[in-house]
Design a protein. Structure first.
Length: 224
């Protein structure tokens, strides 16, 4: 069993707690889907002592001034997964940052721009497909896919490129943030083909049986 802590958008009290290691110390890794402070990501990776992979959200990260006067723009001890395909243990991970472009600012893309970011990963995805029999197990993003968990306003619309990515490469999970959830009955999970689309707002635990990584992945598309 592979156990994953996914976090996004808000510093949930249980994760920010001094008892975070007692609650989540048995996870194998952490996936962060954007709009979290550098200090919070560093706190999580330090307290848990587990690898943390992240993508940036649409909100610009605050620059931290170190004691020596230099600027810090990335969380220490964490791995930026944007545009990368990486293997961690038995898992194959990939990441795409940001949101739809709705104003001037970093980490924002048009539909065409996000297609280009996804296409840049194709050579590596094809290599992992040849080497391991599958291209990717988990794609982490900030924004959701087009028409799944998204909202009608431009800022919170999903990306069409993510639908193409799921159809073509069939990850087990697409884990995103960006869409804030305030109700207990709000929809977090939707099945799209072989992929479970999961909103990680706050935090979510993902458990994957290792046998599921190599099992055949279906193609039926279900939206529930």
């Amino acid at each position: 069993m592979i156990k994953i802590l996914a976090i996004s958008d808000t510093e949930h009290d249980l994760v920010a707690s001094p008892s975070v290691k007692e609650r989540f110390g048995d996870v194998d890794l952490v996936l962060a889907c954007g709009d979290l402070s550098l200090h919070f990501l560093e706190y999580v990776v330090t307290m848990l002592g587990k690898p943390l992979y992240f993508v940036y959200g649409n909100h610009a990260q605050k620059v931290v001034i170190r004691s020596d006067g230099t600027e810090q723009t990335d969380p220490g001890g964490c791995t930026n997964l944007h545009g990368k395909v990486m293997r961690r243990g038995e898992l194959i991970l990939a990441g795409l940052e940001g949101s739809m472009r709705y104003r001037d600012g970093p980490h924002q893309y048009s539909h065409l721009g996000m297609y280009w970011e996804a296409l840049r990963m194709v050579p590596r995805l094809l290599w992992t497909k040849w080497r391991f029999g599958r291209a990717v197990d988990i794609l982490i993003t900030h924004a959701p896919p087009w028409g799944i968990h998204d909202a009608p306003d431009l800022c919170h619309q999903g990306f069409k490129a993510f639908l193409w990515f799921m159809r073509r490469f069939q990850p087990l999970y697409l884990v995103h943030g960006h869409i804030h959830l305030y109700r207990l009955d709000a929809q977090r999970r939707t099945r799209f083909g072989a992929t479970t689309v999961l909103n990680a707002y706050g935090y979510q635990i993902i458990e994957i049986e290792e046998e599921a990584l190599t099992a055949p992945r279906g193609e039926t598309i279900l939206l529930d």
